[in-house]
Every structure is written in C-alpha cells, then in structure tokens.
Design a protein around this ligand. Structure first.
Ligand code: GYE
Length: 335
C-alpha cells in the first residue's frame, strides 16, 4: 500500500512539473468582462473565452458584476499576476486613466473590445487596437429605419412620438447610440423623442420602465430600445397594458439576438439593428499578430446589418444598404 502511494505521489509530481513547464511557454491572456446583463453579453463572454482557450492559451477571467471598482481591481490583479495580454471592455467610458497608466507601465499589451474607454493620455500608445460596434452609426441606423419605414407606408409626414429605453448610463454603447439616434432623428422634426429613460440593458428593467412610460406618456407610436433584451421586456409590458406590440407600438431594438428575430417573425417586434458579440476570433488574430510583431489599425468595426420582417428598407446614410428579413436568418443565429 505504501509503495502504491509513493508511486502515485511520484506520478502527481511528474504531471505537475510537466504542466508547469508547459505553462511557461504558453501565453496567459486575461479578460476583464463587465458582467452578464444581456444575451449579447453571455454570447460575447462565451465566444471570447472559447477563442482564447481554443488557441491553447491560459485564460484568466474576471466578471466585474457591473461594478467599475471591480474592473479596476481585476486589472490590478492581472498586473500582479504578470499576465501576457489584457483583453478589456470598459463598463463606462470615464475613470480609467490611473489604472490604464499602470497597465502601460507594466508593459502589458491592452486589447480593447466592445466598449471604448475615454482617456486623457497624450497619445494612443496605451492600447494596441480596439474592436467593437460603431455605436453612433447603430443609433443612426435605428432612426433612419423608423423614418424610412413610415415613408414606406406613406405616413412619413405624421407626428410620430418615440420613447427610448437607454442602456447603462455612461456606457460607450449607450452614449454612442443615443447621440447617433438624436442627430439623425433631428433631421425629421415631426419624429420626436418624447421620453427617454435608462433600462440598464436588462429585460426586467426594460419591462418596468415601459410599464411606467405607458402610464405617463399619452401617445407612444414607436419604442427604440438600445438593446433587444429591453425591447423584449417592454413587449411584455405592452401586452399587459392590452396593446399589440409591433402593431399599436412599433418596436426597434439593437443587437440582433435570436430572441429578437423570433419576436420579429411573430410580428411582435419590427426591427433590430445588429451589433455582433462575436469578438473571439478577432482577439486571437490580434494577439497572434502582436506576438509576430505586427501592428493593427487602432479602431476596427465589424460589418453589421439591420433586420426586419419585410426586408428592403434603407438604413445607411447613402441609402444603399437595405434591411434583411429576420425570418431568413433566425435559424442560423446561435445566440
Ligand atoms: O448592446 C447590450 C450589452 O456593449 C454592445 O452591452 C454592448 C451592449 C449590448 O449588454 O446588449
């Protein structure tokens, strides 16, 4: 028995040493995620984690549970651990200068995804590259879709009241989408944002805020929700108020998740502006390239589309891109 234990211990030791030797030449990539507020976020987390692990690298993952202070702590832990790369999504745009200066000081390359942090650094050497949605353009696309949709019905000169459910206040995705939408909708003064409140990118808050808007706003023609989960929550509130979502109130969301496609197919939602959460392959491409001494464009946006029930509605500034039918794409959508 003693001999068996000795042999087993020896085996464990050999395995442990082997793993350490392996770990020494394997990259360690840390990923600071903001939380799990939406289906988009879950898909993003899974995709990035799987890609890092799939590349054979060690993953150090941190979920900040929607708190900036947790993200700051995570970044400092990554520095202490001496990770090789940091992949970072900033929950809000401001308040990062101190900790990001520490990351730079530590010489750890920073790969930005999804939400861009605004900093006061003199140059842009504090990060390698950013990959994420063009948020002002997404907001503008939602506004163009609404106006062009009404035009397609011959109702473009009506007074149209829009209510907005905003994302997490101060998040790049919220700030950008709101700004892009406001600038675009201002070009058509009979379309007005009559109420705008945060629903924090969650279904539950989208539902609760819509419930109160239905009571306080006299005439709601259109709901623009800065993500699909809030739109889906609002649909529940609209039904509970005895109205038909997608008909009595036109509903436009953002992200293009499978549940939104399904709601469009059912006729309960009208449009979703795409923002892809699939960033894992870009992260691997960037880190692999950086290892080989390559440099990357500082800001890269993925190619994205807009989906509705009928297709053919223009949504870009030049009028060239036309909406795709959600029905044709629902089966291929995995998140
Ligand atoms: O639209 C929303 C998520 O930052 C683009 O965050 C992302 C947004 C996305 O929770 O659903």
């Amino acid at each position: 028995m003693k001999k068996l234990i000795a042999v087993m211990l020896a085996l464990v030791l050999v395995l442990a040493l082997g793993a350490t030797a392996l770990a020494a030449d394997t990259l360690t990539v840390a990923f600071s995620q903001i939380g799990q507020e939406s289906d988009w976020r879950t898909a993003n987390t899974d995709d990035v984690k799987n890609a890092i692990e799939g590349a054979g690298w060690n993953l150090v993952y941190d979920d900040a549970q929607q708190k900036q202070e947790n993200q700051v702590k995570a970044l400092r832990n990554f520095i202490t651990q001496g990770v090789d790369y940091i992949v970072f999504t900033a929950i809000v745009t401001t308040g990062w200068d101190e900790v990001l200066a520490e990351v730079k000081e530590a010489g750890i390359p920073l790969v930005l995804i999804d939400r861009f942090p605004q900093t006061g650094f003199a140059d842009d050497s504090w990060y390698t590259t950013y990959f994420g949605g063009d948020f002002p353009e997404e907001g503008a696309r939602a506004a163009r879709w609404i106006v062009n949709y009404y035009n397609s019905l011959g109702r473009g000169s009506e007074e149209v009241n829009i209510v907005r459910l905003e994302g997490t206040t101060g998040a790049d995705a919220q700030v950008g989408r709101s700004k892009g939408f406001d600038e675009e909708i201002a070009k058509t003064p009979n379309f007005k944002v009559v109420a705008s409140q945060t629903g924090n990118f969650t279904g539950a808050e989208g539902q609760a805020v819509m419930e109160s808007l239905l009571k306080s706003v006299e005439k709601i023609d259109v709901l623009w929700a800065e993500n699909d989960n809030m739109a889906l929550g609002a649909i529940e509130a609209i039904k509970a108020a005895g109205l038909q979502p997608g008909k009595d109130i036109i509903i436009v969301g953002c992200d293009a998740i499978k549940l939104a496609f399904e709601a469009i197919v059912k006729g309960e939602m009208n449009c979703t502006v795409e923002c892809t959460p699939l960033m894992g392959s870009r992260v691997v491409e960037v880190i692999t390239g950086l290892e080989a001494g390559e440099t990357f464009d500082k800001v890269v946006h993925p190619v994205e589309y807009v989906y509705d029930s009928m297709g053919g509605i223009p949504y870009t500034a030049d009028g060239a891109a036309l909406t795709l039918k959600a029905e044709d794409h629902v089966s291929e959508r995995l998140y």
